[in-house]
Design a binder for this molecule. Structure first.
Ligand SMILES: O=C(O)C(=O)C[C@]1(C(=O)O)C=C[C@@H](O)C=C1
Length: 360
């Protein structure tokens, strides 16, 4: 699959003046709940009404969705509000039912994207459809697996495609439910700049009070849209209560978000930007030169260690460096997270060099 302008045809055809918005409850619970939320969202920027019909839950015994009957409620949403509808599909049977019930957009969840077998089954079931199909990232930060899933659909003749970035599972506890790993989303855009990319701040944050912040970051990184879980009584939702927002809160988020343009043709802006970018180029070259110098010193230490049969890893010294650099970084406005990541990478490279030397 190659990047082409045609990949965004379905989105361009919508002629939106704001990012694409998909909103609605995590799960369809009752007909009244679905219709009430839909009516409360009707006069807003929402383009697609979402509701989970089949819910992939971490453990058995939790609410696993209302199933097929929910598709009839989505039909009513469309008839009563004019909003297009969407839901998650996770196997061929779901696809068949969703298409029969005229769901407009289908998405494939993170727990399905991880399985090439499931992705192939879904691709075969969808073959040739003109429905829009969005693929969430797999739970693990694996760009090739994500793109591979999309390629299976593309190869099956599905042309209205897109991706949803919902963050990645980690063993460590972080402030996110699923860490965004924005770098991966940036890489995704570098490979497929024209494939529509939607952000799912609800699953990234797991908390409603962080949704605005994450949505803004997504828009600043040129995402094409947002999928935000919405419920009139979030605290009593049957699934994902902490991350859902009310329709009123969603409208407020949309109002507060700043949509920025990808570029600006103003001459003074371009001149100032060129100047600053030239400074960045100089700094980047200095960084690389300095890193090369540092590595040469690490190589010399490697030679000393080989000579005296000393272990490559020196944890005490390494911890000293980390502590000092975190403090230094702080005084220069660099976050601890960044300094740690950067020095861990430098240390690993140093170890790789020394490993080669001591084992030569
Ligand atoms: O100080 C050392 O012993 C080194 O080899 C240098 C260095 C580093 O790159 O800073 C590399 C490996 C050790 O674990 C500790 C530090």
């Amino acid at each position: 699959m190659e990047n082409t302008k045609e990949l965004r045809t379905w989105l361009d055809a919508m002629n939106l003046e704001h990012p694409l918005v998909i909103a609605g409850p995590c799960s369809a619970e009752t007909e009244e709940q679905v219709l009430r939320i839909a009516h409360e969202l009707k006069d807003s920027d929402v383009n697609y009404f979402r509701a989970g019909i089949w819910k992939p839950r971490t453990r058995p015994g939790m609410f696993e969705g209302v199933g097929e009957i929910g598709l009839r409620w989505l039909k009513k949403v469309k008839a009563e509000t004019g909003m297009k509808t969407c839901t998650e599909v996770a196997n061929a049977a779901h696809v068949k039912l969703a298409i029969e019930n005229d769901v407009d957009l289908l998405w494939i969840g993170a727990r399905s994207t991880v399985s090439p077998f499931i992705m192939q089954e879904i691709a075969d079931a969808l073959a040739g459809t003109d429905k829009i199909v969005l693929v969430k990232n797999p739970v693990n930060p694996d760009l090739a697996l994500w793109l591979g899933g999309i390629e299976r659909l593309y190869t099956a003749g599905i042309k209205n495609l897109g991706a949803i970035h919902r963050g990645f599972s980690t063993y460590e506890k972080t402030k996110y439910r699923n860490t965004p790993e924005w770098q991966l989303a940036i890489e995704f855009q570098n490979k497929f700049p024209d494939l529509p990319l939607i952000n799912d701040p609800s699953h990234i944050t797991g908390k409603r009070d962080m949704i605005l912040e994450v949505s803004q970051t997504a828009l600043d990184l040129n995402f094409d849209g947002l999928m935000i879980e919405t419920h009139f009584d979030p605290d009593n939702a049957w699934s994902d209560a902490a991350q859902q927002v009310t329709p009123a809160a969603l409208k407020q988020i949309m109002e507060d978000l700043k949509v920025r343009k990808e570029t600006n043709t103003d001459e003074a802006y371009k001149k100032a930007l060129d100047n600053l970018r030239a400074q960045i180029n100089v700094a980047d070259n200095q960084l690389i030169e300095l890193l090369g110098k540092r590595m040469k010193v690490a190589n010399q230490i490697g030679v000393l260690k080989k000579d005296k049969n000393v272990a490559v890893l020196q944890s005490k010294r390494w911890n000293e460096i980390l502590g000092n650099m975190i403090l230094e970084g702080e005084s220069r406005g660099l976050s601890e997270e960044f300094v740690l990541k950067m020095f861990k990478a430098i240390h690993q490279e140093s170890i790789n060099h020394q490993e080669k030397i001591v084992n030569a």
